[in-house]
Design a protein around this ligand. Structure first.
Ligand code: URA
Length: 259
């Protein structure tokens, strides 16, 4: 690995320059946030120098960027797929405990596709993976309020009072979190099944919101993401999005698909 690039050497910003983490996301290496983690971990080199600070800007046309010693190039073709995540897989790109990763299920694809956001290890359902960093960034950003719908099995009888509380909003991390839609599909003394839609993606959000109204989550499956539905895709299976689905997704986050 090369010498460390110090902050004094950082180039300033000009229209042609781009933040390194944004470049890594556009290149399909990781989301912007995970790209920042790679940079902090000293795994990213620019023109032979290791970069460990986040302010660095590069010229994407000329910079030689490497991650873990491997050259990084902007994709010539964007690709986004839908996976039916089974339970027992992590959505992170590396797991200290060595658990299976969702990207193992897409082995053999030539593009480096990274997961759009998280689904818990024990959660199942619709997970998007893409090499389009800008699309991923917008889908995950709270500003775009992309709806995600979960089918959730909880312990005990779920009734109207709990539904109303979720819609009114509960407190998570000192600020409100509300569901935009809650449907009760089944309710018995033993267990209940609900469908719940939220427009944010905070850590363990559905489990924590249900915990706030007194319910433990037994099963959690994401069945819709923005305009997309999981449909009949089998657990562990994946498919490319159709042109219509891609157009709907881009439209949902105000992205020009022909950019
Ligand atoms: N909410 C959760 O609690 N877990 C998930 O995986 C997704 C949403």
């Amino acid at each position: 690995m090369g010498r460390k690039r110090s902050t004094e050497e950082l180039p300033g910003r000009s229209p042609a320059l781009e933040r390194l983490q944004k470049f890594l996301a556009r290149a399909g290496v990781a989301s912007r946030r995970r790209g920042e983690e790679l940079i902090r971990a000293g795994r990213v080199e620019v023109d032979g120098q290791v970069v460990t600070t986040l302010g660095v800007c590069i010229d994407p046309a000329t910079a030689q960027v490497k991650v873990d010693g491997q050259p990084v190039h902007l994709p010539t073709k964007w690709r986004t797929v839908m996976l039916h995540k089974p339970a027992g897989y992590v959505t992170t790109m590396a797991d200290p405990q060595g658990r299976r990763q969702v990207t193992d299920l897409l082995a053999g694809q030539s593009e480096r596709l990274f997961p759009v956001g998280r689904l818990d290890y024990d959660a199942t359902g619709l997970l998007l993976l893409t090499n389009d960093g800008e699309l991923a960034h917008r889908l995950m950003h709270p500003r775009y309020k992309v709806a995600k719908t979960y089918r959730v099995t909880v312990g005990g009888r779920f009734e109207e009072t709990a539904r109303a509380r979720l819609l009114a909003g509960v407190e998570l991390d000192g600020r409100p979190a509300a569901a935009v839609q809650v449907q009760i599909l089944q309710s018995t003394t033993d267990r209940s099944v609900i469908e719940m839609t939220i427009r944010e993606g905070r850590y363990h959000q559905v489990k924590r919101m249900l915990g706030q109204v007194g319910f433990a989550v037994l099963k959690l499956k994401r069945i819709a993401y923005g305009p997309l539905r999981l449909g009949r895709l089998a657990p562990g299976a994946w498919r490319d999005l159709s042109p219509q689905e891609l157009a709907a997704l881009a439209q949902a986050v105000g992205l020009d698909r022909n950019r």
